[in-house]
Design a protein around this ligand. Structure first.
Ligand SMILES: Cc1cc2nc3c(=O)[nH]c(=O)nc-3n(C[C@H](O)[C@H](O)[C@H](O)COP(=O)(O)OP(=O)(O)OC[C@H]3O[C@@H](n4cnc5c(N)ncnc54)[C@H](O)[C@@H]3O)c2cc1C
Length: 261
């Protein structure tokens, strides 16, 4: 649950120029190298240079030169619950294709999940707190199971009695009902989506998806490792937590380029 996997990514098909003995053949190039190729559009003699790709990517990000990152598109296959999917589809720069509860039976084709017991943080509304209270966790599981049973019965009753799926689905608890969506966008959008959704202000279930997406992207864009995991001087302001010297954000969460802005 709460997972993301790359199922499609831009495949460059650039052919070698007349000056090359293999003129006309496709030059093998990764999606990461392709970003550099597009960034060098005004420097044709150096366009095939892939050696300095990591350095160039770093330069582009540091200077907020985002358009080359829009030249690569990535589609992820995401499994989650309907409530988290609702947060995901707010990211307007992406395109989506989602399992439709109007045409298929979500109780059979998708199924239900249960949710962990986390406590309300009364100081920070964007946070919830893990608990080791086993009784509370078990009681919470029982409540969810009971709710699912009632919902499933009502749904099945509705279908048996000819109610349309688009109406029957109204009784299903969105936070316990699984869904699947394909999310497609440029690398620029993925970078910024991960930046906000992998941070602690985002709820844990959504953070799991953003971190899975980050992991997938790093397989194809290893240079971004340096963007997400900075190797900068660490200063300890609080005595307990390493924090940025500018904004006091936890340092391990901070992309390196923000240190230069
Ligand atoms: C913790 C959290 C709490 C939220 N709470 C609420 C709420 O209470 N109510 C509510 O209605 N909504 C809430 N939202 C949703 C939020 O307001 C946005 O709608 C959502 O994050 C989508 O962001 P976006 O519109 O920037 O879309 P995106 O598709 O993520 O971004 C749009 C475009 O902006 C670009 N971009 C984004 N960031 C940068 C950047 N730093 N530099 C350069 N380009 C950038 C992207 O690349 C993309 O091209 C919350 C979001 C978060 C993360």
């Amino acid at each position: 649950m709460n997972d993301a996997k790359i199922i499609a990514i831009t495949q460059p098909t650039i052919t070698l120029p007349p000056s090359d003995e293999l003129f006309g053949q496709i030059r093998p190039m990764t999606a990461e190298e392709f970003i550099c190729y597009t960034a060098r559009v005004s420097n044709p003699s150096n366009q095939m240079n892939t050696e300095t790709a990591p350095k160039l990517l770093k330069y582009l990000i540091r200077n907020r030169h985002w358009s080359p990152f829009e030249q690569v598109s990535i589609t992820m296959d995401i499994t989650t619950t309907r409530d988290i999917a609702h947060q995901i589809v707010r990211h307007r720069s992406f395109s989506f294709q989602e399992f439709s509860q109007r045409y298929a039976d979500p109780t059979k084709d998708m199924g239900f999940v249960t949710r962990e017991a986390r406590l309300q943080d009364h100081k920070n509304r964007q946070n919830s707190i893990e608990t080791d209270d086993e009784k509370l966790a078990n009681d919470w599981l029982d409540k969810q199971a009971a709710n699912m049973g009632v919902a499933q019965n009502a749904y099945e009753w509705a279908i048996r009695n000819g109610i349309a799926k688009e109406q029957a689905r109204a009784v299903l608890p969105e936070g316990l009902t699984k869904t699947r969506l394909y999310m497609s966008g440029t690398l620029r959008s993925w970078i910024h989506y991960i930046d906000v959704r992998a941070e602690e202000g985002t709820q844990k279930e959504h953070r799991e998806i953003a971190l899975a997406a980050q992991n997938e992207i790093l397989k194809h864009f290893p240079s971004l490792n340096e963007y997400w995991f900075p190797k900068v001087e660490i200063r300890d302001y609080t005595g307990t937590k390493k924090r940025c010297e500018h904004c006091f954000a936890p340092i391990e969460k901070k992309p390196w380029w923000r240190f230069w802005s």
